[in-house]
Structure formats: structure tokens, C-alpha cells
Design a protein around this ligand. Structure first.
Ligand code: APR
Ligand code: PHB
Length: 392
């Protein structure tokens, strides 16, 4: 098989890239190792920045997002038993975020890909990339009992943090910046109507907690736990007990409880691989960088990477101009590092660190008090939360 751009991974990064290229008449093959059902069912984050929503609308894949996405013009920061409102739209000239599950985004993009008739392979085994620094890089894989080979002009490594593309780069050609946090999040999906119309980020002496949602019937909740926490240790009753201890505010607000539909623990890390290119392999999304989920930036960074990559490839195929491809990594990394900074700040301001002194906790509370009483500080939070501009 021959194509222009070989894409490894059918998460948000790979699928968005494939569709952006399709709209420019650029040919691609997407190779995914999981099944379609697995990719669609996988429950992940759910906050779309204004720019990501605008992108999906412009791409013509925003119909269900417009119908079912929950537009939020604000959020709450809760500490010392009180919720404080941050009016995102008022502070950013009308920008907002939209709550829409990543799996819904993926479902819409798979539908759009399928409608184009361009190749998308699920359940590909032994996926490997070759000849990265040549003019004809290749992807090989097994599919339905056959060996397949795709010869490409360029490869896009959209295969997430545990994929095979980043490890295929010689270690001397990439520098890793990394931080692990001494906690993870225990997350649940519950059959309960959201008791607040916006997200609530809570700092509590027992640790961080987050109130979110997926629909008018489904609440999504998280709380901070040790990084290797065994989910088996947590009965549903114990989860609700802890959730309510951390989230209930002095005015009596608390999440509605209900049947727990899904539960799991995710570790938290910050990670950046630089540069995001080796030869004709371009990394995009989680394969190049991971943020802790506190800033809700992961999916949005995947989107901004592939916008840059699609523009760069378009400019190459239209005008033979490689300048944007050469600047791909530098352009993406400026935005990535700002999202890293913001995600780190949200994480370190709202969580309890196991080795922290009482001084640190008091300083965090002062930080939150300042944040919620200063328009300047709230504006800074708001402009980062709704998303910094996607630059090209
Ligand atoms: N071969 C083919 N596909 C692979 C391989 C492989 N060896 N390894 C992983 N994949 C697939 C995964 O199954 C997944 O579908 O690559 C895809 C990567 O998708 P994501 O992990 O969703 O990453 P990305 O598309 O960059 O999107 C970033 O994902 O982790 C979340 O919170 C993060 O929302 C952010 C988003
Ligand atoms: C979610 O709804 O899953 C969610 C919301 C906000 C975050 C992280 C996750 O910061």
C-alpha cells in the first residue's frame, strides 16, 4: 500500500489529523491496534476548549457536539468549605468550555473517517515503523491474518503515551522532560443528575476532588488517592463517603449520589519529548506529551498539534514549502509548555502533597484566596482554561 501520510493511532490526534488532511485532498492510512468498540468505549477526559469546539465545527464534525455538548461559561473553585465562581466567559471576552466526552469525539471522527472511504484499520497487530529518516518511511502490521506494509512520505505518531512511535526514535535524538506526582485520581461515572451546572474543583484537607459531568443524567467525579491505589480496595459506599466528605460545602451543596457505572485509578504525570520530530516522523498528542488532568488540557493539546501538522503538510504538498514542517516542533512546543505550566500550577495549587508541611497547605489556601478575590488572577486562570490561541 502507498499513501502520503501514514498515521499510527486512532485516538483524537490521529483521527483529527486524518480528517484535516482529507479536507485538503491529502491521502492517509490510519492504523490502530485496538478494536473500534474499545476505542469508542474508553472513558477519558471530557472538556473541550473553545478552540477545539470551533475546530470541530469548522471541520464539519460538530453536529452532535453542538446538540449534546454542555457549554459552560464558568467554573467553581472550592476551598475551606466554600465555592467561588470564576466567570470564564466574562473574563475572556465570551469564550467558554464545552463538556463532551472524548469517546464521543472519537465516535464522531470515526463516523467522518468511514464516510470518506479512506483506510482505517482497527485491531492491527505488531504495528512497527521503519526508515524514519528516509524519504520513504513505512508502517508494517498484521491484519486479519495478513502482513501489510504502508509506504509513506511522512509518518504521524499519534499512538499515545504507550505507543511505538516515540520509542522508535534513537534515544540520542530526543530529550525527555518528566515529572511524576505523588498521587493519582480515582474517577467514577455515576448515574446521578449533576447537582451543579458547572465543574467544581475542590481543595480539601483530605485531598483534591473534582465534580464534573457527562450529560444531564450522568455525573463524573474524581478524588486524589495515592498513585498506585488498588481500586479493589474501594467499595462503592466508601467512594461516596470520601467524595461527600471532600465536596460538601458549608451551604450544604454536595453531588447527587447514584449507581456507579465505572471506576478506575489514573496516575498523574507531566511529560514532554523534544523535539516532536525525527526525520519524517512527526509526534502529535499524548505520544509527545502528557499533562496531569487538572487543567483539562490533554485532548486539546492533541488538537492543536494536529492543526499545525495539517497546515504544515498542506503547505508542503501545495507549494513544496517545507518551512512549516521544519518549524512544527518549535511551534507546538511553545503551546505545549504553556499548557504544562498551567496544568502543573492547577495540580500543585489544588492537591495535598504527602510530604508537605502545614506551612505549604496554608500557602496553598492563601493562593486560592488570592485567586478567587483578584480579577487579574481569575483572568489568568480563565484565559488558560478556555485555551490559549492555536498559533500557526
Ligand atoms: N499501534 C497502533 N495504535 C496504537 C499503538 C500501536 N502500537 N499503541 C497505541 N495505539 C493507539 C491507542 O490504542 C489509541 O487509540 O493510539 C491511540 C492513541 O490515542 P490517545 O491515547 O487517545 O492519544 P491522543 O490521540 O494523542 O489523544 C490525546 O488522549 O490520553 C488522552 O487525555 C488524553 O485527551 C487526551 C488524548
Ligand atoms: C472530566 O470531566 O473528565 C474532567 C473535567 C475536568 C478535568 C479533568 C477531567 O480537569
Amino acid at each position: 500500500m502507498r499513501t502520503q501520510v501514514g498515521i499510527v493511532g486512532a485516538g483524537p490526534a490521529g483521527l483529527l489529523l486524518g480528517h484535516l488532511l482529507h479536507q485538503q485532498g491529502i491521502d492517509s492510512v490510519i492504523v490502530e491496534n485496538r478494536s473500534q468498540e474499545y476505542v469508542i468505549e474508553r472513558v477519558r477526559a471530557g472538556v473541550l476548549e473553545q478552540g477545539t469546539v470551533d475546530l470541530m465545527m469548522q471541520m464539519g464534525v460538530g453536529e452532535r457536539l453542538q446538540q449534546q455538548g454542555l457549554r459552560h461559561e464558568g467554573l467553581y473553585i472550592s476551598f475551606a468549605g466554600r465555592r467561588h465562581h470564576v466567570h470564564l466567559a466574562e473574563l475572556t471576552g465570551g469564550k467558554a468550555i464545552t463538556v463532551y466526552g472524548q469517546n464521543e469525539v472519537v465516535k464522531d471522527l470515526i463516523g467522518a473517517r468511514t464516510a470518506t472511504g479512506r483506510p482505517l484499520y482497527f485491531e492491527a497487530a505488531q504495528v512497527a515503523v521503519h526508515d524514519l529518516d528516509s524519504a520513504r518511511p513505512r508502517i508494517t502490521f498484521q491484519h486479519g491474518g495478513r502482513s501489510e506494509e504502508v509506504t509513506c512520505d511522512f509518518l504521524a505518531g499519534c499512538d499515545g503515551f504507550h505507543g511505538i512511535c516515540r520509542p522508535a526514535i534513537p534515544s540520542s535524538a530526543v530529550k525527555i522532560y518528566e515529572r511524576e506526582y505523588p498521587f493519582g485520581w480515582l474517577g467514577i461515572l455515576a448515574e446521578a443528575a449533576p447537582s451543579c451546572e458547572e465543574l467544581v474543583y475542590t481543595s480539601h484537607e483530605r485531598g483534591f476532588a473534582l465534580f464534573s459531568m457527562r450529560s444531564p443524567q450522568i455525573t463524573r467525579l474524581y478524588f486524589q488517592v495515592p498513585p498506585e491505589e488498588d481500586i479493589g480496595k474501594w467499595s462503592d459506599d466508601a467512594i461516596w463517603d470520601e467524595m461527600l466528605k471532600r465536596m460538601t460545602t458549608a451551604d450544604g451543596w454536595a453531588p447527587n449520589t447514584g449507581r456507579i457505572l465505572q471506576k478506575g485509578v489514573t496516575p498523574m504525570r507531566s511529560f514532554v519529548a523534544e523535539p516532536m520530530r525525527y526525520g519524517n516522523l512527526f509526534l502529535a498528542g499524548d505520544s509527545a506529551h502528557i499533562v496531569p488532568p487538572t487543567g483539562a488540557k490533554g485532548l486539546n493539546l492533541a488538537a492543536s498539534d494536529v492543526v499545525v501538522l495539517a497546515k504544515a503538510l498542506t503547505s508542503f504538498y501545495r507549494n513544496g514549502d517545507p518551512v512549516l514542517l521544519d518549524r512544527y516542533s518549535e511551534i507546538c512546543l511553545r503551546r505545549v509548555w504553556k499548557a504544562q505550566r498551567f496544568s502543573w500550577w492547577m495540580t500543585s495549587t489544588l492537591h495535598r502533597f504527602p510530604d508537605a508541611a502545614e506551612f505549604d497547605y496554608r500557602r496553598q489556601l492563601a493562593d486560592l484566596d488570592y485567586l478567587t478575590s483578584s480579577r487579574a488572577a481569575m483572568t489568568s486562570l480563565a484565559e488558560n482554561y478556555v485555551g490559549l490561541p492555536m498559533e500557526v
